[in-house]
Design a binder for this molecule. Structure first.
Ligand code: HMG
Length: 413
């Protein structure tokens, strides 16, 4: 049987981050609440030129470059996001032009809160399984910006970033167990990003946590049934969870193992090996919504490289509203050397630290970027050198800087 899975991964992050200890000081909260209580060290702050399209394009360009794949190989491009820039045109359509994908490529965007990236990945795996061409390659990108009201309890759980995955037959990183998946859905109001207001609203963060855990129970039971139906075991060597903040993954691991009769102390001991390596990148970037689970997977692969080869990894995706799914894959034996070559964490090395005052200044202007006239957003020269940036709106279209295609000409006078 053909193996299908994740062939390569790359990240894009905003240029700036905020230390959560600095935010805690500004909000009059002990730093230990954010660092230990929430489980985050830094959060990525997207500037106006770093919208979900630009982040997605930069992650996608990087995954193609680092993996040695060409844009002409991509037959499907899906972008999972809940920070879309257009009710109609998908981010995948922007990527199609920016990357120079084939006119025969299928493109679309998926949305279901933080589940959108997983919806794209599962669709890509099933697209590969349904086709008879072993050379088909899918590009799946998850890209989001998490923003909450200044001073709200959710404020320290913001973040931004994108993950690009190549999905193929004969994958070099993770062979997915395609079709062995446990889904769970419920109509709940644990989170709201109103169409008329870009700021995310968590009506009750503790209720949202409960919804996440209830969905984990449902998805786990469904996944266990799917495994048994296929004669597969249900033991996982590692688990990556959706990471709205690091402590949530610890709560999730305790919750899942409790259902197997394992107490909190034993679950925490298992957590150090099974989950903690996946939380390194999320602790430096924050919640990246649809991309968050894949930041966790990238983190596990990068931190553990050789140790994780051959191991079975569970992937738990949760999107408020809500949709969840638990599925698994096995890290390819020999993947460690390729993971090193991908230089997964390099984009984080180039970041700059913001003061709280600078962060608040960005937040004052970024609500209006969707109607900012072309020319009013001035990315620093170093940002343009790093990749695609958003430049504002001109003649009814969003304009981006892009090395591959010149800035679009004006359509209407
Ligand atoms: P809060 O209510 O201010 O915090 O905000 P808290 O009082 O519950 O404290 C948090 C933790 O810090 C607690 O630990 C405290 O004990 C501890 P826990 O009981 O949870 O183990 N603590 C301290 N620790 C050390 N030193 C101290 C200290 N003080 C307190 N001095 C809350 C927390 C999560 C509610 C808030 O940040 C929030 O609303 N976040 C957003 C909601 C969220 O992300 N929920 C996750 C599940 S929903 C989800 O994942 C979907 C989502 O990604 C969206 C999507 O799908 O699109 C959000």
């Amino acid at each position: 049987m053909r193996t299908i899975g994740i062939d390569a991964v790359a990240l894009a992050v905003p240029e700036h981050y905020l230390e959560l200890a600095d935010l805690a000081a500004a909000r009059g909260v002990p730093a230990s609440k954010y660092v230990d209580g929430i489980g985050c060290l830094r959060m990525a702050i997207a500037a106006p030129h770093e919208d979900a399209v630009a982040l997605a394009a930069n992650a996608a360009a990087r995954v193609l470059a680092r993996s040695g794949r060409s844009p002409s190989e991509i037959g499907l491009c899906v972008v999972g996001t809940e920070t879309g820039v257009d009710h109609s045109k998908s981010i995948a359509a922007f990527l199609h032009g920016m990357l120079g994908l084939s006119p025969r490529c299928r493109i679309f965007e998926t949305k279901q809160a933080c589940f959108g990236g997983t919806a794209g990945l599962l669709a890509a795996a099933e697209w590969l399984r349904a086709g008879d061409d072993p050379d088909r390659v899918a590009l799946v990108v998850a890209s989001d910006t998490a923003r909450y009201e200044l001073g709200s309890p959710a404020e320290p759980t913001q973040g931004a970033g994108a993950v690009a995955l190549l999905v193929s037959s004969a994958p070099r990183l993770v062979e997915l167990e395609v079709g062995v998946s446990g889904a769970f859905a419920a109509d709940v109001d644990d989170f709201w990003r109103p169409i008329h207001d870009k700021e995310g609203i968590v009506p009750d963060g503790h209720y949202a946590n409960d919804c996440y855990l209830a969905a984990l129970t449902g998805a786990t039971r469904a996944w266990q049934d799917a495994c048994r139906a296929r004669g597969l075991g249900t033991r996982l060597d590692r688990t990556c969870y959706h990471v709205p903040y690091g402590k949530m993954a610890r709560k999730a691991h305790r919750h899942r193992l409790a259902a197997e009769g394992i107490d909190a102390a034993a679950a925490d001991a298992a957590f150090a090996r099974e989950v903690a390596p996946s939380l390194w990148l999320p602790s430096l970037v924050g919640n990246t919504y649809a991309a968050s689970l894949y930041f966790a997977l990238a983190s596990l692969l990068d931190r553990e490289r050789a140790a994780v080869e051959g191991e079975r990894v569970g992937l738990y995706s949760y999107g408020s509203g809500s949709a969840a799914e638990l599925f698994a894959g096995r890290v390819v034996v020999g993947a460690g050397a390729f993971i090193a070559a991908l230089e997964i964490a390099t984009p984080l090395e180039e970041r700059r630290r913001l003061t709280v005052a600078d962060y608040e200044a960005i937040r004052r202007v970024d609500l209006e970027v969707d109607r900012a006239p072309y020319g009013s957003i001035q990315p620093p020269a170093r940002a343009a050198a790093r990749g695609v940036t958003y430049l504002g709106v001109q003649a009814g279209r969003r304009v981006y800087s892009n090395e591959r295609a010149p800035v679009r000409a004006q359509r209407r006078a």
